[in-house]
Design a protein around this ligand. Structure first.
Ligand code: URA
Ligand code: ZN
Length: 410
């Protein structure tokens, strides 16, 4: 039976550049940097594709939506978003020297706590759906993850994030402390984050080489393919190095639904078990680990979202190694694909996100706070359109799972 209450909507993928970070980018001459274009508008130049000539060399417009909390709230109100778990946008602190990264992380985490904790809705708030008393902002903190950093300095930042009550996790790129997420130097960091119960939001920035062609495609391929493939590779490496065997309680939330990882997981599994060099590395089939991860629902399409959910739903069937896997009846099919009551366990692992303030509408409305964003609606429509999901599943993905994972006081 349909419930009359509106589902809580929680955005777990939404970024900011706090004012101090904007100032840092404005002072820089190398990417990442903020520059003014010929019309005097600020542009952020972030990606390696933005160096040199071509459409990308101009960067992307960066305005108050990145740094002004009121703009974030207006955006949330325009889309019915009750709660946002904000994160620093890429490239985080990756480009700083170790000493600078330590102080920047400390300052940024304190800023984020105040960004979230000092917000209270004005009594005249237009928003009629979110109760005035509800906390609406939480955040992922940042760590000084840069080459040359001392592990103890990173652990100190983990302790700081743990102590800041509105910070519920850590946003992290794919480089770790310079050598990727499968670097043994990350081990004590993973252990400390798992022990603290913080969620790691793994997000791409670097993309992959722009190979197999030379045409200028703006940002489309770098963002549409480079970003998700970066996440795919980084997480495949992390799993293959045994991180999830050694840290089974580590909570990883993957940007853009883990890119191509769900679609390629059986191929990867097969490549692993057919390779004498890696076949005995893991305690379980590769596919099992996809059930240990969390995913944003930033796929922009219901079929893609369904694929993520189905792959994650069957992950438990792959507990164990090749000869221990669940029985497959090749004539009658795989009856054990779902949990006993037909619940799709993967549903519990997926959470709504927007990627705000990236992907704004190209045609601006006179009052941006009134405008709905196509990029947001596509992701809401994807959740609404997954075949086989009912209201219960949609409520979990729209907000219920986030409340649980982040322990949000709603
Ligand atoms: N572009 C970026 O640089 N970062 C995002 O998170 C999304 C788009
Ligand atoms: Zn993002």
């Amino acid at each position: 039976m349909a419930s009359s209450t509106r589902p809580l909507l929680v955005d777990v993928h939404t970024h900011i550049y706090p004012p101090t970070y904007m100032d840092l980018l404005r002072r820089r001459e190398q990417i990442p940097k903020v520059v003014k274009n010929n019309e005097g508008n600020e542009m952020v130049v972030l990606l390696k594709e933005e160096e040199g000539k071509g459409a990308n060399s101009k960067g992307r417009p960066v305005g108050p939506q990145y740094y002004d909390r009121e703009e974030k709230i207006k955006f949330m109100d325009a889309h019915g978003i009750d709660v946002s778990v904000v994160s620093l946008a890429n490239p985080w602190l990756d480009f700083l020297e170790a000493a600078e990264a330590v102080s920047a992380a400390r300052e940024l985490n304190a800023d984020l706590q105040s960004y979230c904790s000092t917000y209270s809705p004005p009594s005249s708030s237009r928003n009629s759906f979110t109760p005035q008393t509800q906390k609406r902002l939480f955040a992922f903190g940042s760590l000084p993850l840069v080459p040359g950093i001392k592990t103890e300095e990173v652990l100190e930042a983990v302790r700081q994030v743990k102590e800041l009550s509105y910070l519920r996790g850590i946003v992290m790129g794919t480089k770790g402390v310079g050598k990727g997420l499968d670097d043994p130097a990350m081990e004590p960091i993973y252990a400390a984050i798992a022990e603290a119960g913080l969620v790691v939001f793994v997000h791409p920035h670097y993309g992959i080489e722009n190979a197999f062609g030379e045409q200028d495609n703006g940002h489309a391929l770098a963002l549409g393919l480079g970003f998700p493939f970066e996440t795919t590779i980084a997480i495949a490496r992390l799993i293959l190095s045994g991180v999830l065997d050694r840290h089974p309680t580590l909570k990883l939330l993957l940007a853009h639904s883990a890119g191509a990882l769900p679609a390629l997981s059986s191929r990867l599994s097969s490549c692993i078990v057919h390779d004498p060099h890696v076949k005995d590395r893991l305690q379980n089939d590769f596919r099992y680990y996809l059930g240990q991860l969390w995913y944003d629902a930033v796929t922009y399409g219901p079929e893609e979202l369904a694929l993520v959910e189905r792959v994650v739903s069957r992950a438990n069937n792959y507990e164990g190694t090749d000869d221990q896997l669940a029985f497959v009846d090749r004539v009658n099919g795989r009856a054990d694909l779902l949990a006993p009551e037909g619940v799709f366990p993967g549903v519990e692992r997926i959470m709504f996100g927007t990627d705000h303030p990236f992907f704004p509408p190209l045609e601006g409305s006179p009052d941006p706070s009134q405008q709905r964003w196509k990029s947001v609606d596509e992701n809401l429509d994807a959740i609404a359109g997954v075949a086989g999901w009912g209201e219960g599943e949609r409520r979990k993905v729209m907000g219920g799972n986030a409340v649980e994972l982040f322990g949000l006081e709603i």
